[in-house]
Design a protein around this ligand. Sequence first.
Ligand code: NAD
Length: 299
Amino acid sequence: PCGVVAFVGLGHMGGPMAANLVRAGHRVVGHDLVPRALDAAVAAGVEAAPSAVAAAADADVVLTMLPAGRHVLALYEEEGLLAAARPGTLFVDCSTIDVADARAAHAAAAAAGHAAVDAPVSGGVMGAEAGTLTFMAGGADTDVARAEPLLSAMGKKTVHCGPAGAGQAAKICNNMILGISMIAVSEAFVLGESLGLSHQALYDVASTASGQCWALTTNCPVPGPVPGSPANRDYRPGFAAPLMAKDLGLAAAAIRAGEVRAELGLRAAEMYRGFAQGPGAEQDFSGIVETLRNEPLRN
Ligand code: NAD
């Protein structure tokens, strides 16, 4: 019913997402600048297009899953994706990008006679593979409804968050809670260590008291209390620290642009940036607990 779907950006997330669209019976024409990514998608049943513009020319819906806002805007405008598409094409961007860039992408699509939805995801590569992503959608009701059959082939849930950019806004606000709460949990474990409190004792109390949160009970930053958490496998991700640093960087940009008083969000963005550039480059974001422990404050 969605006709031809163009899918641009077939990387860690886009590749398995496109494969799930094929599995659900959609005809998907894809493109990626990296031949290996394109080849893997073709093996999953995606038809290769020689360029993104070629993929969009015949499409009813154009999905993008790209690194950042500048890639989306460059593709839409300079590279001519919007100009190449038939009028009325639906552009769905699933990348995590700056809220202002998402709004600019909506405006550019509308100016070219198209419809647009921002639909960033949570759930990571495992969610993309399993088709269990959560989509946070921004755009007009009719446009989000038009995207829904595709989103439900790639995910388990779509929340329509509001108009253009609202999906991105929800994504960065949620991840700001997550980033700050992971630091809070980590600081509590490190403080507990300095007070001679065992990890298990703090866990047993906080997990059933008011300190309870996802960062503690699912992604516990110290090994032991939650066997499945990345701390038990040398902080292999999971949710990689550079991705948390990216998302908090977007939150920090929005905090500054809106002159919002979000001091912990700004501080968390700084802390994950440093961690991701150093020991956290290939670790789960919960590995930040080791930085806190190893680099104590001295006054
Ligand atoms: P990735 O780098 O693996 O994939 C991006 C792909 O886009 C690459 O294969 C790249 O070659 C391609 N690309 C870039 N410019 C292009 C262009 N002009 N034309 C065609 N292809 C182009 O990144 P990813 O991990 O798949 O993440 C994609 C987006 O999803 C990011 O915005 C990220 O923040 C977000 N995200 C990622 C995760 C995750 O766990 N990896 C989770 C949630 C959200």
